[in-house]
Design a protein around this ligand. Structure first.
Ligand code: SF4
Ligand code: SF4
Length: 122
């Protein structure tokens, strides 16, 4: 089951996970044109090989190791990870719309600094 990026990544986007991923399944990378416009990064669910390298690399604990372990407040972002395809404008817009809805639905989480937000996941 693929790994999932969740809301502490929003605006953090430091790409530490990209640097350690052995299969380049996390996008957008900093060197991709889409990077500036996206609010977070996404893991391609079919390309992820479940190696686990990205989890300790993330400075804000944004990455969960399966759909099951993704907290209930973050489950909506599973779909965003699933549908995001870098370079596919429609897929990118749909993923980002899910993220925008997530932000609107969780002002209590968004009020917490990214580094501390994962601790508030439930
Ligand atoms: S678990 Fe491994 S393959 Fe999957 S996104 Fe993380 S680093 Fe990449
Ligand atoms: S390491 Fe964490 S915060 Fe940084 S880009 Fe990856 S998921 Fe986002």
């Amino acid at each position: 089951m693929p790994f999932v990026i969740t809301d502490p990544c929003i605006e953090t986007k430091d790409t530490a996970c990209v640097d350690v991923c052995p299969v380049d399944c996390i996008h957008p990378r900093k060197d991709e044109a889409e990077f500036a416009a996206m609010n977070m990064l996404y893991i391609h669910p079919e390309e992820c090989i479940d190696c686990g390298a990205c989890v300790p690399a993330c400075p804000v604990a944004a990455i969960y190791d399966s759909h099951d372990s993704t907290p209930s407040t973050q489950k909506d972002l599973i779909e965003a990870n699933t549908i995001y395809r870098n370079g596919d404008a429609d897929a990118m817009a749909r993923a980002e719309a899910i993220v925008a809805a997530h932000v609107a639905a969780h002002p209590e989480l968004m009020a917490i600094p990214g580094k501390e937000r994962a601790a508030a996941h439930s």
